[in-house]
Write a protein that binds this ligand. Structure first.
Ligand SMILES: CCCCCCCCCCC/C=C/C(=O)SCCNC(=O)CCNC(=O)[C@H](O)C(C)(C)COP(=O)(O)OP(=O)(O)OC[C@H]1O[C@@H](n2cnc3c(N)ncnc32)[C@H](O)[C@@H]1OP(=O)(O)O
Length: 396
């Protein structure tokens, strides 16, 4: 395959092949093709085709073949044209990739194409080679992807079929990733999501399969986990940037108050349905939200569960800047890449000057919120809300 791959690369890059997959600029990446959520619209698909053209670095021939195959499957269905001759290496490799998809439904191929492009785009504005940072402990599952390049460590939530809902493993892995990022060579750390959502908050199935008699203990350990998790954000020493690529729910919203900068696509929304869930605010939002938006706007969000658009969130100070979805990834990564070239020690120290005097207070608030939430998890209101979600009676 290496010889074929090399020839393919030359042909693609030289523009010898005319197809919607002509990748003129390629991303560096860690790739994940997602399961068949089957929600991508034709518009999403067309957007993804456009996004491919913006990619900066070569993702490698295997990926290009995968993109080609998914495109053909999504637009024409299963491959039933004759296989090219043995010496027609390029077209044979393309045919093989397409044919390998068998009877995969067009909708699934379309979704997989969109998801694949989305994962490529997440890092398409960077020029260096993305490496899974070799000196760090890698996450325990592929629900989290950590990459490092151009002075930016990016932590990507990668459970797009579940809207990047956070499992206990992910909480632990994010803590490990933040700890590693605090010590690595990068100047800036980014948290983002793969797929159409930034994050749908705590995975509500975390509350299931608890044996009778263990509920209190689970609530206690859940509160410890929550407290440790939020502490990592409070203490994180470098500029921490949220690249909010889609809607955000629950703890993924409250935590934004602990980030230094929050960039959002205009497709993002911000929703904290704590009362609907019989729960209460966490992530220090009971302090950061009233401080940034005033108590009454904070109450609308944290108590009444009002969902904000990206622009509203920007007006309230929760979001730093909103970008059109079509140019979001491009603009944000260009910006971050430029920032990452600033002297790292100066940035770290300036962050400390801005944040340090509040740290103690934030830790105390986090402890209090976690303890209140521990009680809430044992309430009938909370149990009923979880049962409602799980039985699909309620979509919050
Ligand atoms: C006692 C134990 C303690 C545990 C440890 C705790 C540690 C810290 C806790 C911190 C406290 C955090 C609080 C919060 O974050 S509150 C917010 C919780 N999130 C929600 O309420 C969102 C619920 N989801 C939804 O409302 C919708 O799914 C959503 C609007 C996000 C998307 O709707 P849409 O119709 O577009 O898509 P689907 O509903 O079909 O979703 C696709 C699949 O994804 C699953 N999904 C989505 N979000 C979650 C979630 N939060 N938890 C679990 N699963 C989620 C959804 O069920 C679909 O799955 P299937 O395809 O399998 O049906």
């Amino acid at each position: 395959m290496a010889g074929v791959a090399g020839r393919l690369a030359r042909r693609w890059c030289s523009g010898a092949l005319r197809s919607p997959l002509q990748v003129t600029r390629f991303p560096a990446l860690q790739l994940h093709v997602c399961g068949p959520a089957m929600r991508a619209s034709q518009k999403d698909f067309e957007n993804a085709m456009n996004q491919v053209k913006l990619l900066k670095k070569d993702p490698g021939n295997e990926v290009k073949l995968k993109l080609y195959a998914l495109y053909k499957q999504a637009t024409e269905g299963p491959c039933n044209v004759p296989r090219p001759g043995v010496l027609d290496f390029i077209n044979k490799a393309k045919w093989d990739a397409w044919h390998a998809l068998g009877s995969l439904p067009k909708e699934t191929a379309r979704q997989n194409y969109v998801d694949l492009v989305s994962s490529l785009s997440a890092s398409s504005e960077s020029s260096g080679q993305v490496t899974p940072a070799a000196d760090r402990k890698q996450p325990g599952s592929d629900a989290l992807v950590v990459t490092s390049q151009d002075g930016i460590t990016t932590i990507t939530l990668n459970r797009p079929d579940k809207k990047n809902a956070l499992t206990p493993q992910m909480y632990h892995d994010i803590m490990l990733a933040l700890e590693a990022a605090s010590k690595d060579d990068s100047a800036i750390t980014v948290l983002t999501g793969n797929g159409d959502y930034y994050c749908s908050g705590n995975d509500l199935t975390n509350f299931t399969d608890i044996p009778p008699g263990e509920v209190e203990e689970r609530a206690r350990s859940g509160a410890v986990l929550l407290r440790d998790f939020v502490d990592c954000f409070i203490d994180f020493p470098k500029p921490l940037v949220a690249v909010v690529n889609g809607p955000a729910v629950g703890i993924s919203v409250t935590l934004l108050g602990l980030f230094d900068v929050v960039y959002a696509t205009d497709r993002a929304t911000f929703h904290t349905p704590f009362s609907h869930l019989g729960q209460s605010p966490e992530g220090c939002s009971s302090y950061t939200f009233p401080k940034m938006m005033g108590p009454s706007k904070a109450t609308e969000m944290l108590v009444f569960g009002k969902k904000l658009t990206a622009r509203e969130a920007c007006t309230q100070g929760l979001v730093t800047e909103v970008f059109p979805d079509s140019t979001f990834q491009k603009e944000v990564w260009v910006r971050l890449k430029a920032y990452s070239k600033l002297p790292p020690n100066a940035m770290r120290i300036s962050k400390q000057v801005i944040r340090n005097r509040e740290k103690e207070k934030l830790h105390a608030i986090n402890a209090e919120e976690s303890s209140i939430l521990q009680e809430r998890w044992l309430s009938d209101e909370c149990m009923n809300a979880i049962v409602n979600f799980l039985s699909k009676k309620a979509k919050l």
